[in-house]
Design a protein around this ligand. Structure first.
Ligand SMILES: NC(=O)C1=CN([C@@H]2O[C@H](COP(=O)(O)OP(=O)(O)OC[C@H]3O[C@@H](n4cnc5c(N)ncnc54)[C@H](OP(=O)(O)O)[C@@H]3O)[C@@H](O)[C@H]2O)C=CC1
Ligand SMILES: O=C(O)[C@@H]1CCC=N1
Length: 270
């Protein structure tokens, strides 16, 4: 089967992470991927690596099969106006990673129907470890399966109802920042109790990876694994309870709720 040509409209943080992930997974060569942004000079190093780069979105769409939209919500309508005439409902499949914008919103702005699959990856896609949520309002099952298989090569993906996409944004896409901040905070604690910053960060990151893998590989519950660490009258339960008295779980839960509310409002507030 002929390799599908992919264009990424809006090659910023997540667009470039996706491109790198697809190439790292070996399912695409850089020359099958076109990257666009207005300041195309910023993509020069990618051209040196073999990617096609351009600031001509319409031409890029005309030369592609799969069109990934990866601009900010407030940049979306301008981009859609830009590519409208090049989009062919019978030829193109759109993958939108834009937060808070439904498939219906996109078709409504375009003024015609085109198959759209929404995907919510996270930046770990660059190294093949994304948690990606996928949803579609109007794409064929075949195309949803195609998109899922694409994202399965760069991490783990699940198909969810479109109404849960803003929640997925908060938990999984923003979630990368939340867990990174937790690791950073742990490393700062480590430095205060005696480790050089570089060592403390490595120790905290590897400990976090071990904790996540305990859940993923043993399919166990966090509290089951926590119970194995908290010796009676021990130091773990003392530290954990101190964190809870300071609102540790509550802060995470409230932050995730706030992010979900904001993710749902980004496009509508434009
Ligand atoms: N960052 C993340 O972890 C995730 C982000 N998302 C979503 O992905 C989208 C992009 O986010 P992110 O990558 O962080 O944002 P960035 O600002 O890093 O990337 C957006 C890119 O779009 C380009 N752009 C803007 N307008 C146009 C245009 N008309 N034509 C072509 N390119 C354009 C910008 O470059 P220039 O100004 O040069 O045109 C920029 O490089 C957002 O909707 C976000 O919600 C989803 C999942 C995770
Ligand atoms: O912060 C944001 O709005 C984007 C969406 C998810 C991750 N980054």
């Amino acid at each position: 089967m002929k390799t599908k040509r992919v264009t990424i409209l809006g090659s910023g943080n997540i667009g470039l992470s996706l491109a790198k992930g697809l190439v790292k997974a070996g399912i695409y060569q850089p020359d099958n991927i076109t990257l666009t942004r207005r300041n195309v000079k910023a993509l020069q190093s990618y051209a040196n690596d073999g990617y096609n780069i351009t600031n001509d979105n319409a031409a890029a769409v005309a030369n592609s099969d799969i069109v990934v939209i990866a601009v900010l919500p407030q940049q979306l309508n301008g981009l859609l106006d830009n590519i409208k005439l090049s989009l062919k409902a019978s030829e193109h499949l759109i993958i939108s990673v834009v937060s808070g914008v439904s498939c219906a919103d996109i078709c409504s702005h375009l003024g015609f129907d085109v198959q759209i699959v929404r995907a919510m990856p996270n930046t770990a896609i660059a190294i093949g470890h994304s948690m990606t949520c996928i949803a579609s309002g109007n794409a064929s099952n075949e195309n949803v399966t195609l998109v899922k298989s694409l994202f399965d090569t760069v991490g783990v993906s699940i198909v969810i109802n479109e109404e849960l996409m803003t929640s997925a944004t908060a938990l999984c896409a923003c979630g990368i920042a939340f867990f990174l901040r937790s690791i950073r905070a742990a490393s700062q604690g480590g430095t205060e109790i005696g480790f050089h910053a570089h060592d403390a960060l490595k120790m905290a990151a590897q400990t976090a990876k071990g904790a996540a893998n305990l859940l993923l590989q043993l399919a166990s519950h966090p509290e089951q694994e926590i119970d194995k660490v908290t010796s009676p009258k021990g130091c773990t339960i003392a530290g954990l309870n101190e964190m809870e008295h300071n609102g540790f779980s509550s802060a995470l839960i409230k932050g995730i709720k706030t992010s979900a509310e904001k993710a749902g409002a980004l496009y509508k507030s434009e």
